[in-house]
Write a protein that binds this ligand. Sequence first.
Ligand SMILES: CC(C)(COP(=O)(O)OP(=O)(O)OC[C@H]1O[C@@H](n2cnc3c(N)ncnc32)[C@H](O)[C@@H]1OP(=O)(O)O)[C@@H](O)C(=O)NCCC(=O)NCCS
Length: 290
Amino acid sequence: MSTTFSGASSDTLELLLDFCAAHPVPDIDAQRFLTRLNSGPDAIIDWRDRGVVAVLLDAVKGASEAIPLEIVGLVPHALNVEVARELLDEVAERTKKLGCPATELALSEIWAPHAGLAIERGYCRAYADLDMVCHDPNWGDAAKLPTGWSWHDVQPVWVDEYIRVLGAAFAGIAGTFLPSPAEIRRYLADPAIQARALVADGRALAVLRMTPARRYIHAIARDPAWRGAGLGRLAMDEARSCLLATAPWQGSLELTVVDTNAAAMELYRRCGFIVNREMTVLNRTLHPAG
Ligand SMILES: CC(C)(COP(=O)(O)OP(=O)(O)OC[C@H]1O[C@@H](n2cnc3c(N)ncnc32)[C@H](O)[C@@H]1OP(=O)(O)O)[C@@H](O)C(=O)NCCC(=O)NCCS
């Protein structure tokens, strides 16, 4: 078994993974969060005896430097008021120990009943994650690509360019988190993922990542040097032609966006996306003592 995290025995990790498999949290990839998106044991709150395993995702780079907290394994009803309060206190301690200035807490179904408690503990609204859907992707014909521009699968030769554009485009955008280059390489190799790059003169101008089986767009990004040039629309046209087989286009497309990302929201609205679900994300900044 090759899954390890630094400084802890692989036996402990196996036990944590077994617990999370037995008590899964919807939409949470416990294996990925436990093994790849944290720096080691200080980021993992192992409260299996209280029915909870939580992780501070300190190995992803966010615009605000706040590290997201995720519960990755949970016995039903284990997160009562008392456990939630103590967990938030533990999170504050761990965040300090990890040398991070702030924590983010998404008010998922698990945390929503404890929103008041989190606010009492100093959390404030930071932004909301919006799940958007487009039921009628007939936003017009695909715009014509300028001569010399073409879309390519992100095969190994384009991976460095993909990482460059993604990093440059997302820098400073609240609520977006960039995994390490190694983690990006790993998910690009996942056969469930399709990634495309818009290329001209050996450089990527824009990139796109999707899960075709779910008709889900994970990320679109254009090189900031091309801001305001309409590359977002070209990426949406490409996503539509990858995810839906034929025109006239039929079927729904989905994506998630942060409500503070005005440029992306405007693009999606123009393509007919509407908000399906909204999840508020809170942020707590830790003020150094003294
Ligand atoms: C989302 C995105 C692909 C949209 O691309 P686009 O539709 O081609 O639009 P652009 O962002 O290039 O430009 C649209 C407008 O927003 C403005 N804009 C873009 N980013 C801005 C910012 N950070 N602050 C202020 N204005 C911004 C542009 O100047 C432009 O204004 P104009 O219409 O007056 O010329 C692109 O904004 C992007 O790559 N953003 C970073 C990555 C991202 O957020 N991806 C989506 C995550 S779900």
